[in-house]
Design a protein around this ligand. Structure first.
Ligand code: ARG
Length: 589
């Protein structure tokens, strides 16, 4: 469906043209004075400069031309030269009726040229528990992916596991300390390695921090870990078998964690998958003269004339020939292009890595790892802070494990729900989990991704204000009205959304009508917060309407049925939106 703003703009542009002015001055925007009008056109102000006359003269003429246009209930020229517009209620009702006929998409057209977009998000590190730093990447990435899918793009999410660093060597070293007799450490062992992993996930999660702690105090231990990493990376069989175990155990645990967050990935590739592509890539960079030795290391220059800040060369290999985080990211681009040839790759990573990604992207472009038309986009997110304004920590000051954070909020939510009314324990827990996830995700996504935000459990779990639970509460409220209505009767077949009977109803209708343009810009600007802003306004408009309108006791059948249709449409819009944000609504709460 065409967007309302486009439809209105077309009319006003036509009027501009008919009066001898350039069309572009007829562009219409949403009103920033909702008390006065619904839409506005400020084009006369700009046009006045070009045509050297009073803006009022122009806006007056346009208003005159549009005064009988059936699209508008109000066309008003206001000094010094604004055009205030209100939509015809009947037209608006028809528009919503058409939306409603398309239950799947509510009239939001899929994009004309679908793209294949890979999205690199999550980025957990194997064997290290997920912590809140990984939470943002997972939440934002999942939502961006779902918005893209809704708009008709082929979105491919890749978790990009951190499975190739010193942490692997540390785990191997610590395991050797504890269980030196394992066959994996026997260099002369030639048989098959066992299928069963030599540790559980809880052991694994305990081994890593122990090893990491010890390596900070014990230089010799650290060197052993580095040597183990080197041997692993250079093909030592027993260590590679261990790596597989570490990966398997870790990945099934990660999957469970992500499932709890309603997050899933199409690809479970990791840094280690990129390693085979490194030698050829490096050779090519050398052969083509891009890479050169500087202070022992192999680097590619990536600075550009227009840089205002220094962009250091992109390091490809360290002086000892070892590869780096950069090398892996570049080689990952190699296989992504080779296997998927995406139109775009989006990276959802902490914004502190922005300079790093500038280097990687420039290097990839310069050395021809991507096509000139392949887009590389960095979606950097800010830090999740505690109430003290510092990065979120546990009460003891440590890094908070994601699992604990989530179960803490589940608990909080359960208390709230069972305080409100009596529920069966099992149902209460289930509802609490659903609502808690909305609290976490909405709390995050309602902020512009690049901004830091304060993780405030009390605020996020509140049923009032700009929160996930408030949105869910609104959906549940609509569900309950619909149930009550349907308990008495069926919706008559000829029922349809009618022209608004009140201001609050019209405001609700106007909010709904923004659906397609909102979704389009949420995708174009990779901005889930736009979806949040839309549903917050929508929920407010609905609740306002609800408080002012007797829905279930309305006597006139057609009017009542029209309300019910409007409620269904509101619910559907809210549901599509929370789905792209990555959470669900319960039946009751
Ligand atoms: N594993 C990294 C970390 O925990 C994040 C990975 C981000 N993605 C990438 N392609 N570098 O910081």
């Amino acid at each position: 469906m065409e967007k309302i703003l486009d439809i209105i703009s077309r009319e006003v542009m036509g009027a501009m043209k008919a009066n001898g002015y350039e069309e572009k001055y007829g562009k219409v925007t949403l009103s920033n004075r909702p008390d006065l009008c619904e839409y506005q056109c400020n084009g006369a102000m700009a046009a006045a400069k070009e045509y050297k006359c009073a803006p009022f003269l122009i806006s007056d003429k346009i208003a005159e031309s549009l005064k009988d246009n059936p699209l508008f209930a109000l066309v008003e020229s206001v000094k010094p030269g604004f055009l205030n517009l209100k939509l015809d209620p009947e037209y608006l009702a028809d528009y919503l009726h058409e939306m409603e006929l398309d239950q799947e998409r509510l009239g939001c057209d899929k994009c004309e040229n679908p793209k294949r977009i890979m999205i690199d998000y999550g980025g957990p590190n194997v064997a290290k528990p997920l912590h809140v730093g990984h939470l943002r990447s997972a939440i934002i990435g999942e939502s961006v992916k779902r918005i893209g899918t809704f708009m008709g793009h082929e979105m491919i999410g890749d978790v990009h596991l951190g499975d190739w660093g010193l942490q692997m060597g540390l785990i191997i070293t610590e395991l050797k300390e504890r269980k030196p007799d394992l066959v994996y450490f026997d260099e002369n062992y030639a048989g098959e390695y066992p299928q069963e992993p030599p540790f559980t996930i809880s052991e694994l999660e305990e081994i890593y921090p122990a090893a990491s702690g010890r390596s900070k105090e014990d230089e010799v231990y650290k060197e052993r870990a580095m040597a183990a990493t080197y041997e692993l990376q250079h093909g030592r069989k027993g260590y590679q078998a261990l790596l597989k175990h570490i990966l398997n155990v870790s990945v099934s645990d990660l999957k469970r964690n992500y499932e709890n967050l309603n997050v899933s990935f199409e690809l479970w590739k990791g840094e280690s998958d990129a390693q085979p592509y490194i030698p050829d890539m490096v050779q090519k960079m050398k052969d083509e003269g891009f890479a050169y030795i500087s202070e022992g290391a192999l680097v590619v220059d990536v600075k550009e004339e227009t840089d205002t800040k220094e962009v250091p060369p992109c390091m490809i290999l360290k002086s000892d020939g070892a590869s780096l985080y950069n090398t892996t990211d570049l080689a990952t681009i190699v296989w992504r292009m080779q296997d998927y040839d995406p139109d775009e790759i989006i990276y959802v990573v902490d914004k502190r890595q922005e300079l790093y990604f500038t280097q990687v992207f420039r290097c990839a472009r310069k050395t021809g790892l991507v096509k000139p038309e392949t887009k590389l986009k960095f979606l950097g997110f800010g830090t999740m802070n505690g109430k003290d304004g510092k990065p979120f920590k546990t009460r003891e000051g440590g890094v908070m494990r994601l699992e604990y954070l989530v179960s803490g909020i589940n608990e909080e939510m359960y208390k709230k729900i069972s305080d409100n009314h009596t529920v069966e324990e099992a149902e209460g827990r289930k509802t609490a989990k659903i609502v808690a996830l909305s609290a976490i995700k909405y709390g995050d996504l309602s902020n512009q991704a690049s901004k830091d935000y304060i993780f405030d459990i009390d605020r996020f779990t509140s049923f009032e204000g700009n929160t996930g639970p408030y949105i869910l509460y609104t959906i549940v409220r609509i569900k309950s009205i619909l149930k009550k209505y349907e308990a008495g009767r069926k919706i008559p077949e000829q029922a349809r959304i009618l022209p608004a009977h009140s201001d609050s109803e019209k405001s609700l209708m106007l909010e709904i009508s923004k659906f397609n343009s909102m979704m389009e810009s949420a995708f174009e600007e990779t901005a889930p917060h736009k979806v949040c802003a839309y549903i917050y306004d929508l929920a407010n408009a609905f609740n306002h309407f609800y408080h002012e309108t007797k829905i279930l006791s309305e006597q006139e059948e057609a009017i009542q049925a029209g309300y019910i249709k409007l409620l269904e449409l509101t619910k559907r819009a809210l549901e599509i939106c929370i789905d792209v944000l990555g959470f669900d609504a319960p039946e009751r709460m």
